[in-house]
Design a protein around this ligand. Structure first.
Ligand SMILES: [Fe+2]
Length: 353
C-alpha cells in the first residue's frame, strides 16, 4: 500500500496527522442525568447546535457534546446502548486528508446520512464514530463557528479538570488484538504497556496505546472470563465501547474538595491500602492525610508518581477517573490489585460473582 501525504505533519508514524482530542459526544434515553452530571463536574453549558438538539459543554480543554436528537446516529446508539459515548472528535491538521489516509489504511468511512455532524468521519469501536476535526479559521473554535450561543448560558467556575488524559475501551474475549491493531495500523498509536491483572476471583488483560502525537492514551481491556467487570460492562453496554474517561487535573485535592456535596461517588478503598502506600511510593508532596481522607490512590516509581481516583459507574456502565501526574506516564498499575478488589467487593454485594 502506498500513501502520499497531503499534509506536512502527516507521516508514517502519524498517518492521519492526529493532534489530540477535540470533543466527546454523549447520548442517552434521558439527557437530564447527563446534563446535571456535567454540571456537577464543573462544566459550563455554553452553546447549542443551530438546528439539532445538541448542547456544548466546556471545562478548560475538555469539550462535551450532549446529543438529544430523536433520529440519527446518536439516537440509534442511545436506543441500543442506553447512556453512552456515541462519538469522539479527534483533532487533525486536515480533516479530508485524515479521512483519505485512514480509509487507505483500512478504516471505514461513515456515510453522510449516518452522521450527526458534517465533519469527515470513520467508524470506531462498537459502532461509535470518530470525526476528524481540523482547526477553524481566524482563530475561532469549531463551537464558535458551528454552534450558537445559548440565550442563558450556564456558566460556573471550573473544578480544575483540564483535558482528557486517556480513555479506556472494553472489548470481548478475542477482540483485543483486533482493536489494538485498529488504533496502531490506522492512526499510528504505539503500545506503551501491557497488563495482566488478577483479582481474587476474576481477571483481565490490558494493552495501553499512546496516540502518535503523545497527547492521549487508549488502554484496551479484555476479560478473562464471563463474570469480571469487563464482561459485566459488555453485557450492560451491549457491546464494546468506552469504559472510562480520565480527566487530568493539576490539583486533585482541590478538585475533590470542589466535588464535595455533588453526589458523585467514588470507589471505596480498603483501609489497609494507606498503611503501606506511602512506603511503596516515596516523595508524594501532597498532604497524606487529605489523600487518605479523599481515598485517592497513589502509584509511582523512582522518577515520579500519580494520584488517581475512580467514580462508581455514572453513565450507564461508564465511569470517570480523575488523575494528577507528577512525572509519571503510567495508569496506576500498582493500584490495579486494590482497585480490582474494590470492584469485586462491589460485584459481590450486587450478587454478580
Ligand atoms: Fe484509567
Amino acid at each position: 500500500m502506498t500513501y502520499v501525504s497531503n499534509s506536512a505533519s502527516n507521516s508514517a508514524s502519524n498517518p492521519v496527522g492526529l493532534t489530540g482530542i477535540e470533543f466527546t459526544e454523549f447520548c442517552g434515553p434521558s439527557l437530564e442525568h447527563l446534563d446535571s452530571l456535567f454540571w456537577s463536574f464543573g462544566f459550563s453549558k455554553l452553546r447549542r447546535h443551530p438546528s439539532k438538539d445538541i448542547s456544548y459543554f466546556r471545562q478548560n480543554d475538555i469539550h462535551f457534546l450532549l446529543n438529544g436528537e430523536r433520529d440519527g446516529h446518536s439516537a440509534q446508539f442511545a436506543r441500543k446502548h442506553g447512556p453512552a459515548i456515541s462519538a469522539m472528535g479527534w483533532r487533525v491538521e486536515n480533516a479530508q486528508a485524515a479521512l483519505t489516509a485512514a480509509v487507505a489504511r483500512g478504516a471505514v468511512a461513515v456515510a453522510d446520512a449516518m452522521k450527526d455532524h458534517a465533519f469527515p468521519a470513520v467508524w470506531g469501536i462498537g459502532e461509535s464514530i470518530i470525526y476528524f476535526i481540523e482547526p477553524a479559521a481566524n482563530g475561532q473554535t469549531i463551537y464558535e463557528r458551528d454552534f450558537v450561543a445559548l440565550d442563558s448560558p450556564l456558566i460556573q467556575a471550573d473544578k480544575g479538570f483540564l483535558a482528557v488524559d486517556h480513555l479506556t475501551n472494553n472489548v470481548p474475549p478475542g477482540e483485543q488484538d483486533k482493536w489494538a491493531n485498529f488504533y496502531k495500523n490506522i492512526f499510528g498509536f504505539t503500545e506503551v504497556r501491557y497488563f495482566d491483572i488478577q483479582g481474587a476471583k476474576t481477571g483481565l488483560t490490558s494493552f495501553a496505546l499512546r496516540s502518535p502525537d503523545g497527547s492521549f492514551c487508549i488502554p484496551i481491556n479484555q476479560p478473562k472470563d464471563d463474570k469480571d467487570q469487563i464482561a459485566e460492562y459488555l453485557r450492560e453496554y451491549k457491546g464494546p465501547g468506552v469504559q472510562h474517561l480520565a480527566f487530568s487535573t493539576d490539583d486533585i485535592l482541590s478538585s475533590l474538595d470542589q466535588l464535595e456535596g455533588s453526589g458523585i461517588e467514588t470507589l471505596e478503598i480498603d483501609d489497609d491500602y494507606y498503611a503501606e502506600v506511602f512506603e511503596r511510593v516515596q516523595g508524594v508532596r501532597e498532604d497524606h492525610a487529605r489523600l487518605q481522607q479523599h481515598q485517592v490512590l497513589i502509584d509511582g516509581d523512582e522518577a515520579g508518581y500519580l494520584l488517581q481516583i475512580f467514580t462508581k459507574n455514572i453513565i450507564g456502565p461508564i465511569f470517570i477517573e480523575i488523575i494528577q501526574r507528577a512525572n509519571n506516564l503510567g495508569f496506576g498499575e500498582g493500584n490495579f490489585g486494590a482497585l480490582f478488589r474494590s470492584l469485586e467487593k462491589d460485584q459481590e454485594r450486587r450478587g454478580v460473582i
